[in-house]
Design a protein around this ligand. Structure first.
Ligand SMILES: CC(C)(COP(=O)(O)OP(=O)(O)OC[C@H]1O[C@@H](n2cnc3c(N)ncnc32)[C@H](O)[C@@H]1OP(=O)(O)O)[C@@H](O)C(=O)NCCC(=O)NCCS
Length: 164
């Protein structure tokens, strides 16, 4: 049965053991995952997603309906691969990333830890996005982006730096 957390709760292993974290904010998900060090993290794939047999999915990662993940992609821990997103061959997706609905990630793209790819955004093959960077809705990442920036547009340009 789902366990609903409020501000007064202190989670313990008596309340919940096999878990995934359904929190879209990457930093919040990381914070809670660290607090729940006793948890057994599930990896959940919707039956109507296609994930090639060679793909590695980390613990706590959730793959939504309509997703396609192509051969030899690696997806880290506690990622959200949201509805209808595609991740092409050989991508490396770090821990705590969120690929919002309808993203298209080209082959051999690298997303470091904590990257948000906004709804409907794309990344052309072989680009890299630095840790904890957020890419805006409908953006097109056409060249490498540094860590901890907000980037928008097509091609994606840095709008501002993000605080740690
Ligand atoms: C990029 C984003 C995070 C910026 O949010 P923000 O920091 O609140 O920025 P603002 O709304 O103040 O916008 C700042 C400027 O960027 C522009 N902008 C914002 N989002 C943009 C986008 N996706 N593409 C192009 N321009 C964008 C705004 O028009 C504004 O321009 P202006 O200064 O000329 O008026 C947000 O707009 C966005 O795209 N979020 C995607 C969220 C998402 O997909 N979440 C996953 C849900 S499952």
């Amino acid at each position: 049965m789902p366990f609903k957390l409020n501000a007064t709760h202190s989670l313990t292993s008596d309340m919940v053991s096999e878990s995934v974290l359904a929190i879209g904010d990457n930093a919040a998900r990381q914070k809670l995952a660290r607090r729940m060090s006793w948890a057994h993290w599930l990896t959940v794939v919707h039956p109507k997603a296609y994930v090639h047999d060679s793909v590695r999915l980390g613990p706590g990662t959730v793959v939504f309906a309509g997703v396609v993940v192509q051969p030899d992609a690696q997806i880290g821990a506690h990622c959200i691969i949201n509805t209808g997103t595609t991740v092409d061959h050989g991508c490396v997706i770090g821990d705590f990333c969120h690929l919002a609905p309808g993203c298209n990630i080209g082959g051999s793209v690298t997303l470091a830890e904590g990257v948000l790819m906004g709804i409907g955004s794309v990344a052309i093959p072989s680009v890299s996005v630095g840790a904890w960077t957020a890419v805006g809705a409908a953006a097109a990442v056409a060249s490498d982006l540094p860590a901890r920036v907000l980037a928008v547009g097509a091609p994606a340009r840095v709008l501002r730096k993000l605080e740690p």
